[in-house]
Design a binder for this molecule. Structure first.
Ligand code: PLP
Length: 256
């Protein structure tokens, strides 16, 4: 298909990542919940043809960080025809004025980036207009573990409050876990990535405070450069883009 034209072997990239994920799972501490990690293939700025190629190779979960892009790809004729069981994850910054566009996208599977109580409230309010069969919308709460201004997400200390809000006041949402982006290019020779450790600690605390089963609270952390490390520390969802689909242009604006 389009791999010749784009010079990326998506199938091979996918296979390599899955092999590395499996190896990382075997190194994971046995004290951690043994949840099989889910690979979210991050397809931002990549064409529908490459997504269809990955789908054909067996991949089902895909992530996008811009609402417009997810909404367009979700209704792309190729995707609708060839990828009927695709599961879209929204992993970017969600603005209130884009909520309806996002929720109206076919095969939206999860919003990983709930970054405030207000956003949770709004998603909860709008979702009944779009859902099928009374299903709840799966969500994760995004934590800004690196305290960087440019990144969205709540402070680690607010985790219990925001998750509690989702559980108590948002009956149309299903709380699935915690997500972080963290610092880029952290040097792991210095030890475990502190962002990942913080997310693990947030889960521990929120489970204790709200009496949640830790085996049912997921952690979304880890990207191309550090997904194996993230799995070793307990990631249950890794979001991998460039290793599968090829590098993005150096000037690609990466905000979330
Ligand atoms: C782009 C992106 C990724 C994937 O990044 P790669 O380095 O290409 O693997 C993961 N998570 C988020 C939130 C992203 O925006």
């Amino acid at each position: 298909m389009s791999s010749a034209e784009t010079q990326v072997d998506v199938m091979l990239g996918l296979k390599n990542v899955l092999t590395k994920i499996e190896a990382a799972v075997s190194r994971r501490s046995k004290d951690l919940p043994q949840i099989a990690p889910r690979l979210v293939a991050v397809s931002k700025i990549k064409p529908a043809a490459l997504i269809a190629e990955a789908y054909e190779a067996g991949q089902r979960h895909f992530g996008e960080n811009y609402v417009n892009e997810l909404a367009e790809k979700a209704v792309d004729p190729l995707i609708l025809e060839k990828c009927k069981d695709i599961k879209w994850h929204f992993i970017g910054h969600l603005q209130t004025n884009k909520i309806n566009k996002l929720l109206g996208s076919p095969n939206l599977f999860m919003v990983e980036t709930v970054h405030s109580e207000k956003l949770a409230t709004n998603l909860n309010k709008q979702w009944p207009k779009y859902r099928k069969n009374e299903e709840k919308l799966p969500v994760m709460v995004q934590i800004n573990t690196s305290a960087e201004e440019a990144k969205s997400g709540i402070e680690p200390s607010e985790t219990t409050k925001v998750v509690g809000h989702v559980l108590e006041n948002c009956p149309n949402l299903e709380f699935k876990g915690l997500m972080t982006i963290g610092q880029y290019d952290y040097d792991t020779t210095k030890g475990p990535n502190p962002d990942f450790l913080t997310l693990v600690k947030c889960r521990q605390e929120v489970c204790e405070n709200l009496k949640l089963d830790i085996n049912e609270v997921e952690l979304s952390m880890g990207m191309s450069t550090d997904f194996e490390h993230a799995i070793e520390l307990g990631a249950t969802t890794v979001r991998v883009g460039s290793t599968i689909f090829g590098a993005r242009p150096a000037n690609y604006k990466h905000v979330a």
